[in-house]
Design a protein around this ligand. Structure first.
Ligand code: IPM
Ligand code: MG
Length: 370
């Protein structure tokens, strides 16, 4: 039975519009193949929204998100703001407001070391081969959202967490571990910080509800080192906002390609799905950006709205694109395909199977889509 869903589209800055366009093509292919109906609505966010409206997150965009079952987010950020930390309006404020206003309290970032890309990892192949874990980062609390300000001779940023904020994401992390390799690693700084001690206390108590799952706790400095030394030891990482920001960036490069990593930010209602690579302004408009992280974010979006088989289909198409070398230049020096071409291949796989989208058929003009 086909379903009807409202899907928001926030292309944002830099390469955002190009990769989101491919994400939309993939959603349309899924709708066609499985008989669903997706209604798309667009909103500006980031630097492009500042240019158009003076604010990084206009109310109309927030409304698009609120009314959606899920939304796809491209990227935000523009060099003209990066070089001016004193700018009053910054693209990042749009993202933080979006998270807070929509209650997107859990940021989920899966990290997979794809065999075909291991040679691109900064780590030795044997250390990273087989690594497969997911980071659960708390996203609406902690030092990011605490009281901040200036005093006569200094400045402060307060870090606070309530029991409730810790508990709700901890349950998500344990549930995820139950379906994976049954291990949660809590990353904190409980030797120094009171909020971390609270995290340990709450999470240790919650672990009793999940007897199949092993809980381990690790100080964040040690965890940063372990991530490089032995990333295979991790299954589900659970951590607070700031540590999660840092650890998830570190985690994102070990698999070899930033261009492949999706993320989800979920709350009680809608969810936001976003490639983690950022706006990459140097590549904007050149049709060279890797759309696979966005397409894998589409797979996470489909899972979120309950379309599990459809999500599997998208992931299989992405694997086929890697297997067939139908990838952008970041993954295939000097013989990369355009962003749109990679998207076409995925669409073809979904509609007609891998063969119709294969490189030789595309080159021979046999593929239905080109
Ligand atoms: C991220 C980013 C954001 C964050 C920035 C852009 C505010 O680094 O999504 O990880 O720090 O959360
Ligand atoms: Mg970050």
């Amino acid at each position: 039975m086909g379903v009807k869903k409202k899907i928001g589209m926030l292309p944002g800055d830099g390469i955002g519009p190009e990769v989101v366009a491919e994400g939309r093509k993939v959603l349309e292919a899924i709708a066609e193949r499985f008989g669903h109906s997706f209604e798309f609505s667009y909103g500006d966010v980031g630097a492009v929204a500042i240019d158009n409206t003076g604010t990084p997150l206009p109310d109309e965009t927030l409304a698009v998100c609120e009314q959606s079952d899920a939304f796809l987010f491209g990227a935000i950020g523009d060099p003209k703001y990066d070089n001016d930390p004193s700018a009053k309006v910054r693209p990042e404020q749009g993202l933080l407001k979006l998270r807070k206003s929509l209650g997107l309290f859990a940021n989920i970032r899966p990290v997979t070391a794809y065999d075909s890309l291991l040679h691109m990892s900064p780590l030795k192949v044997d250390r990273v081969k087989g690594a497969d874990f997911v980071v659960y980062r708390e996203l609406t609390g902690g030092i990011y959202f605490g009281e901040k300000g200036r005093t006569e001779d200094g400045a402060y940023d307060h870090c606070t967490y309530s029991n409730y904020e810790i508990d709700r994401i901890a349950h998500l992390a344990f549930k995820s571990a139950e379906n994976r390799n049954k291990k949660v690693t809590l990353i904190d700084k409980a030797n120094v910080l009171e909020t971390s001690r609270l995290w340990r206390e709450r999470v240790t108590a919650i672990a009793k509800d999940y007897p199949e799952v092993t809980l381990e706790a690790m100080f964040v400095d040690n965890a940063a080192m372990q991530m490089i030394q032995n990333p295979k030891q991790f299954d589900v990482i659970l951590t607070e906002n700031m540590f999660g920001d840092i650890i998830s960036d570190e985690a994102s490069v070990i698999g070899g390609s930033l261009g492949l990593l999706p993320s989800a930010s979920i709350g009680d209602k809608t969810g936001m799905f976003e490639p983690i690579h950022g706006s990459y302004p140097q590549a904007a408009g050149k049709n060279i950006a890797n759309p696979l992280a966005t397409i894998l974010s589409v797979a996470m979006l489909l899972d979120h709205i309950g379309l599990i088989d459809e999500a599997i289909e998208v992931r299989q198409a992405v694997n086929a694109s890697l297997r067939n070398g139908l990838v952008t230049e970041d993954l295939a020096k000097n013989q990369g395909y355009g962003t749109d071409r990679v998207g076409d291949f995925i669409v073809n796989c979904i509609l007609d199977g891998e063969e119709s989208g294969s490189q030789s058929n595309i080159e021979a003009g046999l593929s239905t889509i080109i």
